[in-house]
Design a protein. Structure first.
Length: 118
């Protein structure tokens, strides 16, 4: 089971980026999917999560600016980031709770860099 994250980049404050996370590898089903981020010198923190049924949870710092969604048929999760701020600069990691081959896996993607300039 692998997760592939993409969509990061350099953007000016106020801009937007669309981050994508695709899971692959004999997947039966995916429970929770989420996005986390880690800024230099800081611990990894939760950004947003979404259940298979579509219930979402957001960090207070991104509420109203970021939106998480998923496509269960494609095993993908999208993080739409709007009104970006310099403090959103971090490596963004996707995460998924996956059932595959009769086993349960917690997988992380490789991370995608988001840099917001002021």
């Amino acid at each position: 089971v692998q997760l592939q994250a993409s969509g990061g980049g350099l953007v000016q404050a106020g801009g937007s980026l669309r981050l994508s996370c695709a899971a692959s590898g004999g997947i039966f089903s995916i429970n929770m999917m989420g996005w986390y981020r880690q800024a230099p010198g800081k611990q990894r923190e939760l950004v947003a999560t979404i259940t298979r049924g579509g219930s979402t949870n957001y960090a207070d710092s991104v509420k109203g600016r970021f939106t998480i969604s998923r496509d269960n048929a494609k095993n993908t999760a999208i993080l739409q980031t709007n009104s970006l701020k310099p403090e959103d600069t971090a490596i963004y990691y996707c995460n998924a709770d996956v059932w595959a081959g009769g086993s349960r896996y917690l997988r992380w993607g490789q991370g995608t860099q988001v840099t917001v300039s002021s």
